[in-house]
Design a protein. Structure first.
Length: 115
């Protein structure tokens, strides 16, 4: 069983930055893939950024150039650095990992971008 604990959400003004963290139980390098998803009210959950075992990264078009996904072996943590935030980035952000065909989710952290 994999446990994921997210942190770092909050209220930020447009143009501001936040860094989300997702701490995993055990080594993150055993996972096939890790990613950040988000779900805004009334919308489907969408993939924001992902990183696979070889380190390759991918991003949704809406966040390219503004968000960066990274990971720390020492801290068993994956991060999402979010810059130049926009009101449309407001959502609950979820961490997800895949391992041997199983998918695990964190509890979610709220990000609100508003003046």
């Amino acid at each position: 069983q994999v446990q994921l604990v997210e942190s770092g959400g909050g209220l930020v003004q447009p143009g501001g930055s936040l860094r989300l963290s997702c701490a995993a139980s055990g080594s993150i390098f055993r996972f096939n893939a890790m990613g950040w998803y988000r779900q805004a009210p009334g919308k489907q959950r969408e993939l924001v950024a992902g990183i696979i075992s070889d380190g390759s990264r991918s991003y949704a078009d809406s966040v390219k150039g503004r968000f960066t996904i990274s990971r720390s072996r020492a801290k068993n943590t994956v991060y999402l650095q979010m810059n130049s935030l926009k009101p449309e980035d407001t959502a609950v952000y979820y961490c997800n990992v895949e391992q041997d065909g199983n998918s695990y989710w964190g509890q979610g952290t709220q990000v609100t971008v508003s003046s």
